[in-house]
Design a protein around this ligand. Structure first.
Ligand SMILES: C[S@@+](CC[C@H](N)C(=O)[O-])C[C@H]1O[C@@H](n2cnc3c(N)ncnc32)[C@H](O)[C@@H]1O
Length: 389
């Protein structure tokens, strides 16, 4: 007996999907029915089952590409795809709740349009935000600065390393590659960044040595973690309003004799030619916004003092200067790392009334000019270390 089949019109009526959607799903490989000799689509039993599986996945909000990969088991780990998606949903929900609370506070306060705009633009409460461009910038930054900042990174085999604020995993891959036998637990508050970090580490073939956890550094020490042997913090303290308290917390998360490594920048060290008032004003926008969000963009210069005040012993500080006067480094550091970071605050800076779009863009153009032949750029990071007594 011939198997019962359905036309695209019959299936559209039964599933509630339009004929157009069913055709598109055929084209992109979600459900590919057989064809009659005259070329008409005919959906059989397995196609219907696959369609309803696709619909179930779509209800979770997954994109078509991920649905196709999960149905075909092309994805190396379908559960990981759904886990990433769940984390992304949680981030969106948290972001919406933060936005609602900020808007409510702005409207309950002076209710002015400016305070509402400010609430909307700074909703992440984190000056760089979590846009895709920022993820790419963090990856460029880690690559451009690896030799300078990590030439002495190598944690011993068997040791447990805690990386705080791992973001999209740009530093995690560097640390893991340079410490092949160590186990790294990488934490961050952003579920979306963690999902990207997981993918990055997996793609680099380093997943076996790294565990990711969604955890706020303020919630340490954590029972599930136990005392760790080493802590690494890179470009995170500059965003926190209580870096000294956080360093004390991290000291408590270390076993006695364990080490901490902190890497931060200092925007006051920025120096470039040709000099430009417009470029300096654009950099100041970032400084002001970061301070408004509770951070300290000059924290690199205070790391030694902070580590000592937090009770670490054998404190060392090592200034790491980027001196750019050749084309390769100019592209990687000046354009894709530093200028991209400043350019990322354009909208909040304009919304907060710190600059105009024209003045800001002129500053960015001047910063880009420092990467041209004859231009120079200098910036000093600090890598500091200490021991838990
Ligand atoms: C500038 S990014 C640096 C990411 C990474 N360390 C790197 O260098 O590529 C700062 C990261 O710190 C995370 N972060 C901020 N506050 C945090 C907190 N309280 N606990 C854990 N992570 C935090 C942010 O979500 C963000 O991913």
């Amino acid at each position: 007996m011939d198997e019962r089949t359905w036309t695209v019109g019959e299936l559209a009526a039964a599933s509630g999907l339009s004929v157009r959607v069913l055709r598109h799903w055929d084209e992109v490989g979600i459900v590919r029915p057989g064809r009659t000799t005259s070329g008409h689509r005919r959906y059989g039993g397995p196609d219907i089952t696959r369609l309803y599986r696709a619909l179930a996945l779509r209800r979770t909000g997954l994109g078509l590409e991920a649905i196709g990969a999960a149905l075909d088991e092309r994805s190396p780990d379908a559960t990981a795809v759904l886990q990433d998606h769940l984390e992304r949903l949680e981030t969106e929900i948290e972001r919406s709740v933060r936005l609602r609370d900020r808007l409510r506070a702005a409207l309950d306060g002076d209710g002015s349009v400016m305070s509402v705009i400010s609430a909307m633009t700074m909703v992440d409460g984190y000056v760089h935000g979590y846009r895709a461009e920022e993820g790419a910038r963090l990856a460029d930054q880690a690559e451009a600065l690896e030799a300078l900042l990590h030439r002495d990174t190598a944690f011993p085999t068997g040791s447990h390393v805690l990386e705080v604020g791992c973001g999209v995993g740009a530093q995690t891959t560097v640390i893991a590659r340079r410490s092949p036998g160590a186990h790294i637990t990488a934490i961050d508050i952003s579920a979306d960044s963690l999902a990207q970090a997981r993918r990055r580490v997996r793609a680099a073939g380093l997943a076996a040595g790294v565990t990711f956890r969604r955890l706020d550094v303020h919630d340490l020490p954590d029972d599930g973690l136990g005392p760790v042997d080493h802590v690494v913090v890179c470009f995170v303290l500059e965003h926190l309003s209580d870096p000294l308290d956080v360093l004390r917390t991290l000291r408590a998360a270390l076993r006695p004799g364990g080490t901490i490594t902190v890497i931060e920048g200092d925007h006051a060290s920025t120096d470039f030619t040709p000099d430009s008032a417009a470029a300096r004003t654009a950099i100041d926008c970032q400084v002001v916004l970061q301070r408004q969000a509770g951070g300290d963009p000059m924290i690199g210069g205070r790391l030694g003092e902070l580590l000592s005040a937090a009770g670490f012993a054998d404190v060392t500080t090592s200034p790491r200067e980027v001196r750019v006067d050749d084309a390769g480094a100019a592209d990687a550091f000046v354009l894709r790392t530093f200028t991209a970071m400043i350019a990322g605050v354009r909208e909040p800076a304009v919304a907060a009334g710190l600059t105009t779009p024209e003045a800001f863009d002129a500053g960015i153009a001047d910063l880009r000019r420092t990467a041209e032949p004859g231009g120079t750029f200098r910036y000093t990071f600090t890598r500091a270390g200490g021991c838990a007594p």
